[in-house]
Design a protein around this ligand. Sequence first.
Ligand code: 5GP
Ligand code: MG
Ligand code: MG
Length: 180
Amino acid sequence: MGRDLSKVLISEDELQTKIRELAGKIDADYAGHELLIVGVLKGAVMVMADLARALHVPVQMDWMAVSSYGAGTKSSGVVRVLKDLDTDIAGRHVLVVEDIIDSGLTLSWLLNNLQSRNPASVEICTLLRKPDAVKVPLDVKYVGFDIPNEFVIGYGLDYAERYRNLPFIGTLAPHVYGGE
Ligand code: 5GP
Ligand code: MG
Ligand code: MG
């Protein structure tokens, strides 16, 4: 692990503090409502698990799996549903939980898809957001950290399916993925 990682960008403590802060806002905004949090597999597993435990409003959890990146580091722009929701979201308050928004392609597609199912509301919570995300017209209500345009791993985020289990967010050394 050591030589593949170039630095720790966000520590375990910083992540947990931010998750509690996000949960506080979500609790306040959804007071008196029941919330369906939808995690986007696989990257959002850690933030879903920690966020769900930090929330006090009644929560149900569901999952979607979509593919956008394959094994590399560049977006293909093509979204494929690998696993759909088990829940009928009509009339429900839905909060989509994401690990990271980069181009925003995945999420704008997903949002359109969910909105067509007539939920009471759909909002987005993302742990991380990269600078390119400003180019897409996405209204993201909850953002953990705005990060620089680097490829990050850990806390759910992978490179070729590795490093998801790291409890912090790190950047990958460029030699690992053929960068400079
Ligand atoms: P977008 O469609 O917004 O460009 O990309 C969304 C998805 O691409 C994320 O959910 C994540 O799976 C992947 N992705 C984007 N940037 C990164 C990154 O820096 N590191 C990792 N591991 N995955 C990323
Ligand atoms: Mg994701
Ligand atoms: Mg990935």
